[in-house]
Design a protein around this ligand. Structure first.
Ligand code: NAP
Length: 247
């Protein structure tokens, strides 16, 4: 798939990894729909940076955990841009706690945004993308979804679920030439990881063979590969981008 003129939706594209993905896709000629939850200032900042690259872009507020909001958003994107070719399910949250202290609300909210949110977006575009017979979906998982993590039972479950969802859709959509893959980042510097204590970060770093924390651009570069024609024969895979942390 050539990226020039393609339309990409990046959920959680206002900041962090999502903003880096949105910028990377724009730099490759994609028009970009940036979804965000509530941080309109960051969304507008990212929008301005993307527009300065000469492509079309718009911001869309929607809670990915809410199907009705997602459907209104994706319909509007297709109306605004004419089509939707690349879907990056990146929106995600954490609500870490040890199982002893984790309440139901923390479990439900993380599953609702990370897993149900990914399903919601995929569901809302399924009809149009299958009809189009061209398109790519990338879902953001995590190494934590593969290996588990202390204090992240909710998050790990949501990200493991994203892998099952990705593989199932890859099988279902393959006959229409729609590829569906996941990316499992390790520890990437963003607002999400800035919440962790220096001690935790130090410990994580000790377990990264390449000896450094990841940058948001490391994930954006992996996305650029997976959505490109160079990856035309890759579907249903989980690309781990973690400096070797999960080896
Ligand atoms: P981040 O800096 O916390 O940014 C989260 C983004 O998601 C923001 O754009 C936020 O929008 C959006 N968002 C949150 N809840 C949403 C909702 N209900 N509906 C729509 N958008 C919502 O996170 P990040 O580090 O860039 O992470 C991006 C993705 O990578 C997540 O799925 C995360 O789980 C995954 N990941 C990250 C790491 C890491 O080390 N950072 C590692 C593995 C996987 P607002 O700006 O409007 O709040």
């Amino acid at each position: 798939m050539k990226l020039q003129g393609k339309v990409a939706l990046v959920t959680g594209g206002s900041r962090g990894i999502g903003a880096a993905i949105a910028l990377k896709l724009a730099s490759l000629g994609c028009h970009v729909a940036i979804n965000y939850a509530g941080n309109v200032n960051k969304a507008e900042e990212t929008l301005a940076r993307i527009q300065s690259l000469g492509v079309d872009a718009k911001i869309y507020q929607a809670n990915v955990a809410n199907y009705d909001e997602v459907e209104v958003m994706t319909k509007q994107i297709i109306k605004d841009f004419g089509h939707l070719d690349i879907i990056i399910n990146n929106a995600g949250i954490t609500a870490d706690n040890l199982m002893m202290r984790m309440d139901q609300q923390s479990f439900d909210s993380v599953i609702d945004v990370n897993l149900k949110g990914t399903w919601n977006v995929c569901k809302s575009v399924t009809r149009s993308i299958l009809k189009q017979r061209e398109g790519v979906i990338i879902n953001l998982s995590s190494v934590v979804g593969m290996n588990g993590n202390i204090g992240q039972a909710n998050y790990a479950a949501s990200k493991a679920g994203v892998i099952g969802l990705t593989k199932s859709l890859a099988k279902e959509f393959a006959s229409r030439k729609i590829r569906v893959n996941a990316i499992a980042p390790g520890y990437i510097k963003s607002d999400m990881t800035a919440k962790l204590s220096d001690d935790v970060t130090e410990k994580v770093l000790e377990n990264i063979p390449l000896g450094q924390l990841g940058e948001v651009e490391d994930i954006a570069n992996a996305v650029a590969f997976l959505v490109s024609d160079e990856a035309r024969y890759i579907t249903g895979q989980v690309l781990v981008v973690d400096g070797g942390m999960a080896i």
